[in-house]
Design a protein around this ligand. Structure first.
Ligand code: BDR
Ligand code: CA
Length: 312
C-alpha cells in the first residue's frame, strides 16, 4: 500500500477524489490536510469532514491548514463551480467530528519524518500547506517520496485566467516554492485533466446505486456538470481534475510525463499563476515531471469501477 496524504480544498472534484482514494486498496491515506481555495478553509474543512462521515471514515485525521496564501492576500473568492457551500448544497448532516489539534503543515512534516521516503503528497488545491511545511522544515524535501499535484498547465490554456490554472493562481509563490524545493514533483495539470471527462450518462448509473453516498455523488456531480456546461458549452460532462491526481498515484501508467523545467509566474499582471515550461533545447535542469498524455479511457474505467462499488 502506498502511504499518501491528500491536501484538499473540498470542492466537488476534491470530494470525488477523496471517495476514489478511500475506496482504493492500493492507498493508505495517513491523513487529509485542508486549505482555502474553492472556499474558505473553515468551509473546506467542514466539507472534508462531511465526506468522511458519509464514508464512515472518521478514523482518518483531518488537519486544518492555510486560510490565506503564504505571502499575499487571497484575491480569489469561492468558486462558482462548486456551489455556495463548495459542495452544491448537498443535504448532508453537519459533521460531528472535529479537525485534529495540529496545523496541516505540522501534520505533513510529522508524517514525512515518521515515514521517510514513503509518503506521497497529493495536493489538489493551492500549494500553501506544502510550502509552509517545507519552510518549517526544509529537510522534508529529500524525505518526501513524491508530490503528485493537480495544478498548472503547460500547453493547455488556463481555467481561472486565460493562462493560469485555479490552484496555482490561488498561491503562485507557494507553487514556485514547491517547484524549487527539490521535492520530486509530478504535475497533473489541465493538459491531461481536461482530457479526462466524466460523461453525463454516469448520473443515471449513480442515481440507481440508491445509497446515501450514491445520492451525494449524483447531486454534486450533476451540479458540477451544469456549471461546466455554462462555461464550456461543447463539453458533454465535467473534467476529473482532482481524481486524476489520485489515479496517477494509484497507477502511474495512466499518464505519460515529460521532465521539464517549470517556473511559476508570480508577478505578471496578466499572467500571474502561469506555469511556464522552458521548451528550448538548452534549458536549465528540469524540476518537474509534467503529465502530457493520459489514457483517459482506462483511467475513467478504473475511476468508475471504484466509485460504483457497493457500500455506504
Ligand atoms: C482545480 O481547481 C479547483 O476548482 C478544483 O477543485 C481543482 O482542484 C481545477 O483547476
Ligand atoms: Ca481542488
Amino acid at each position: 500500500m502506498k502511504k499518501v496524504i491528500m491536501d484538499v480544498d473540498t470542492g466537488i472534484d476534491d470530494a470525488l477524489a477523496l471517495v476514489y482514494a478511500l475506496r482504493s486498496p492500493e492507498l493508505e491515506v495517513l491523513g487529509i490536510t485542508t486549505c482555502f481555495g474553492n472556499h474558505t478553509v473553515e468551509q473546506t474543512t467542514k466539507n472534508t469532514l462531511k465526506v468522511l462521515e458519509l464514508l464512515n471514515r472518521t478514523d482518518i485525521p483531518v488537519a486544518k491548514g492555510a486560510r490565506e496564501p503564504v505571502f499575499r492576500r487571497n484575491d480569489k473568492g469561492p468558486s462558482s463551480f462548486h456551489g455556495s457551500d463548495g459542495l452544491a448544497c448537498a443535504p448532508l448532516p453537519e459533521p460531528k467530528a472535529e479537525p485534529a489539534d495540529e496545523h496541516a503543515a505540522d501534520f505533513i512534516v510529522r508524517m514525512v519524518r515518521t515515514y521517510p521516503h514513503e509518503v506521497t503528497l497529493i495536493p489538489v488545491g493551492p500549494l500553501t500547506n506544502l510550502a509552509l511545511a517545507v519552510m518549517k522544515d526544509p529537510s522534508i524535501a529529500r524525505l518526501v517520496k513524491n508530490v503528485t499535484l493537480m495544478g498548472g498547465a503547460v500547453f493547455h490554456p488556463g481555467n481561472y485566467t486565460p493562462v493560469a490554472e485555479a490552484n496555482i493562481y490561488a498561491d503562485p509563490e507557494a507553487a514556485e516554492l514547491v517547484f524549487r524545493s527539490g521535492m520530486p514533483v509530478t504535475m497533473v495539470g489541465l493538459d491531461v485533466t481536461m482530457k479526462t471527462l466524466l460523461p453525463r450518462s454516469v448520473l443515471e448509473e449513480w442515481r440507481k446505486i440508491g445509497t446515501p453516498l450514491g445520492r451525494f455523488l449524483t447531486h454534486i456531480t450533476e451540479f458540477y456538470m451544469d456549471a461546466y456546461l455554462k462555461f464550456y458549452p461543447s463539453i458533454g460532462g465535467c473534467a476529473l481534475h482532482d481524481p486524476l491526481a489520485v489515479g496517477a498515484v494509484i497507477d502511474p501508467s495512466f499518464v505519460k510525463t515529460e521532465r521539464l523545467y517549470v517556473q511559476v509566474d508570480t508577478e505578471g499582471e496578466i499572467s500571474k499563476g502561469r506555469t511556464v515550461a522552458d521548451l528550448r533545447p538548452s534549458h536549465p535542469e528540469p524540476n518537474v515531471d509534467v503529465c502530457t498524455e493520459v489514457d483517459a479511457e482506462r483511467f475513467l474505467r478504473h475511476f468508475l469501477d471504484r466509485m460504483n462499488r457497493p457500500g455506504s
